[in-house]
Design a protein around this ligand. Structure first.
Ligand SMILES: Cc1cc2nc3c(=O)[nH]c(=O)nc-3n(C[C@H](O)[C@H](O)[C@H](O)COP(=O)(O)O)c2cc1C
Length: 636
């Protein structure tokens, strides 16, 4: 589509079955959509660069706190969501992983129930019912009805987890307990048929058992390959560079470790794939599940730091988890400042994370100060030798799992290094894919991604990669994936058709407009109705409850991460409000109202409205919840 008025033929909104809360809302609060006004005879106003061309009938007067005065600080978003965002703290005493900076906790039960009675309620057959050995002497409550009566009043409706998988892992703590509790027999209800039918499709990979974590924490975990690989690589590097007095003798004493080449591993296929970027905090498992349902077919976990992984930090391992729907098309992303850290983390991930892990990706693009100062993330681009050693080591440690890298144009604007890095990696023959974010570390999100440079890198990778394959059949021509500012189907196809990349990794575009892959696939802009967009939010909530639990803790987690997600979704300006196509997501929108109240609400930049939206699916906010957007938007 070109710069014409939005097509009046945009696909009709799908009919969507909504839950009770939404039906009530739609019935009472949402007026019928305002029909899109016919173009006036004098023709549309000229398009002003940098300003969203919103039709006059949807424009509101500017107000101090309105969206018109907000800039979206994506550097702050990436930085704030980083585990090491606070450089003043020097990395000490930081909480890591998904739960960092959270004050969420499992609410205490008013009545403490005896564990044996709890178990008895969970056991399906009365025959196997455990009994409390302490009998009347037990200090905990034995009467289940007293426990249930003391719980906060159930939320309305049926437990969303139970209704999908036929049982509820949150058990008696579930906030929809009444929907799966048999009060006469004092048992939790299990729908065996549904449970069996959904067992495989609803499972998650990478949930480590306590023993393994314990072994890692106590340094008892046996890394069978890593030590040898590290020793070998140290010798090879010394020997090759002749920096120290490494002799042929010292090499001879050393057992050679097998170095796998990319063609000797599982095949990774990224050509034409709809790829969601690794996204710290927002790219969590429920979000990725939502994206899978909306057309994504390759996803990445949030960046995990190697050291906490090998130290057995549970919250860091949470970042390696994936859903069954991501099987064989999911990459774990790590970063490390030292080769031994990356190698050990890779070995542990390859051994412990299931689900047909498609790749382990090394993040060499992370711009965050603390990561950079530790020699990790984008600092690796300043030390090609170290980067190459890390990739070789990871490749040796990962068995048949391919190793891929994500880089930027370089660390400095004035000195793009991606081409020489790609050259080096291709020469070593162990990198299965190179993703290039077309910005330097220095540049962060200021200025647009440089797609011409991405195109040059793509050309180099293809040419050198092909030459390498001809020279050494153990190598592959690495996939080359472009990244940066892909907000529309036109951006995606332009990147693939005109800049020569095999595919595009989409980050903010997939957060702001989660149905972006549907648009890419159909090569058209889709004017999603507010009810359809609300349905995605409902779906996210249900996935969140399945992942984090339907008890108070799980609901709080789901609500919080939903609000983080909505700190991006609210930026979407519905295309039906625009005078001109194509839409430009970076245009300043002015203050606007939607075609109905729900559409206006979904575009609100007030986080209190995001919390309000969450209440439609997660019930009223309890005492244990507070949310402040981590990346504050600045006033112009
Ligand atoms: C909130 C947020 C979190 C991010 N987290 C990661 C991450 O964990 N790993 C990574 O490689 N890149 C991360 N990035 C960078 C993106 O993956 C991507 O490279 C960048 O946003 C450019 O793509 P875009 O223009 O499509 O947004 C993050 C970006 C944002 C906005």
């Amino acid at each position: 589509m070109d710069s014409a008025n939005p097509s009046p033929n945009s696909p009709p909104s799908k009919k969507i079955k909504l839950n009770d809360a939404l039906v009530n809302l739609t019935a009472t609060e949402v007026p019928a959509p305002v029909p899109v006004a016919a173009p006036v005879a004098s023709g549309p106003r000229p398009r002003q660069p940098g300003v969203a061309p919103i039709k006059p009938e949807y424009l509101l007067p500017n107000e101090p706190n309105s969206r018109a005065n907000v800039v979206f600080d994506d550097d702050a978003a990436e930085q704030a969501s980083s585990k090491d965002g606070d450089s003043k703290n020097n990395g000490k005493n930081k909480k890591r992983g998904q739960n960092k900076n959270r004050r969420l906790h499992q609410g205490r039960d008013t009545v403490s129930l005896c564990e044996f009675i709890k178990l008895a309620a969970e056991v399906a057959t009365p025959k196997a019912t455990p009994t409390c050995p302490y009998g009347a002497g037990c200090k905990y409550e034995h009467d289940l009805s007293v426990y249930v009566a003391a719980k906060p009043v159930d939320l309305d409706g049926v437990c969303p987890v139970f209704s999908v998988i036929g049982w509820c892992p949150s058990g008696l703590k579930c906030r929809w307990l009444g929907s799966h509790f048999d009060s006469i027999n004092q048992k939790l209800v299990i729908n065996d048929t549904k449970r069996a039918a959904t067992k495989d499709i609803s499972s998650e990979n990478g949930r480590l058992n306590g023993q393994v974590l314990n072994d890692l924490q106590r340094k008892k975990y046996v890394f069978e390959k890593s030590d040898e690989i590290v020793k070998y690589l140290d010798k090879v590097i010394d020997f090759n560079q002749e920096k120290r007095q490494a002799t042929k003798d010292s090499m001879a004493q050393h057992v050679e470790v097998p170095i796998y080449f990319a063609a000797e591993k599982k095949r990774l296929d990224l050509r034409g794939k709809y790829i969601v970027s690794p996204l710290t905090t927002v790219g969590n498992l429920p979000y990725r599940r939502l994206m899978r349902t909306l057309g994504a077919n390759h996803t990445y976990g949030e960046m995990a730091l190697s050291l906490p992984l090998i130290q057995g930090q549970k919250s860091e391992w949470a970042l390696t988890r994936s859903h069954a729907e991501e099987n064989n098309a999911f990459g774990v992303q790590i970063t490390a400042g030292k080769h031994w850290q990356a190698i050990k983390a890779t070995e542990a991930i390859s051994d412990l994370v299931g689900g047909g892990l498609a790749e382990i990706n090394l993040n060499c693009g992370c711009p965050i100060d603390l990561v950079y100062r530790a020699g990790a993330g984008s600092a690796l681009m300043d030390n090609a030798g170290k980067l190459a050693r890390i990739v070789r080591g990871m490749s040796a440690a990962s068995g048949d799992i391919p190793i891929t890298v994500k880089i930027r144009t370089g660390t400095k604007d004035s000195n793009p290094t991606a081409i020489s890095l790609a050259n080096r990696l291709i020469n070593d023959g162990q990198t299965a894919a190179i993703t290039l974010h077309g910005r330097s570390r220095q540049q962060r999100y200021s200025k647009s991604a440089d797609w011409n440079y991405i195109g040059e890198v793509a050309k180099t990778v293809k040419e050198l990669g092909q030459a390498k394959v001809e020279e050494d059949s153990r190598a592959v021509r690495p996939w080359v994936v472009g990244n940066g500012d892909c907000y529309t189907w036109e951006d995606w196809h332009n990147a693939v058709d005109n800049h020569g990349v095999d595919s595009v990794m989409v980050a903010r575009g997939a957060l702001i407009k989660p149905w972006i892959f549907e648009e890419i696939d159909s090569k058209q802009y889709i004017d999603k109705s507010a009810t359809e967009r609300l349905e995605y939010i409902k779906q996210y909530c249900n996935f969140g409850l399945e992942h984090w639990g339907s008890d108070e803790y799980g609901i709080n987690q789901t609500r919080r991460f939903l609000c983080e997600f909505m700190s991006f979704t609210h930026r979407y300006v519905p295309i039906g409000l625009l005078e001109y196509m194509p839409p430009k997501m970076n245009d300043r929108p002015g203050n606007w109202k939607g075609r109905n109240e729900l559409e206006t609400l979904l575009g609100s930049n007030d986080y209190k409205d995001w919390v309000k939206i969450s209440e439609m699916f997660l019930g009223p906010v309890g005492d244990g919840f507070d949310f402040k957007p981590k990346h504050k938007s600045n006033a112009f």
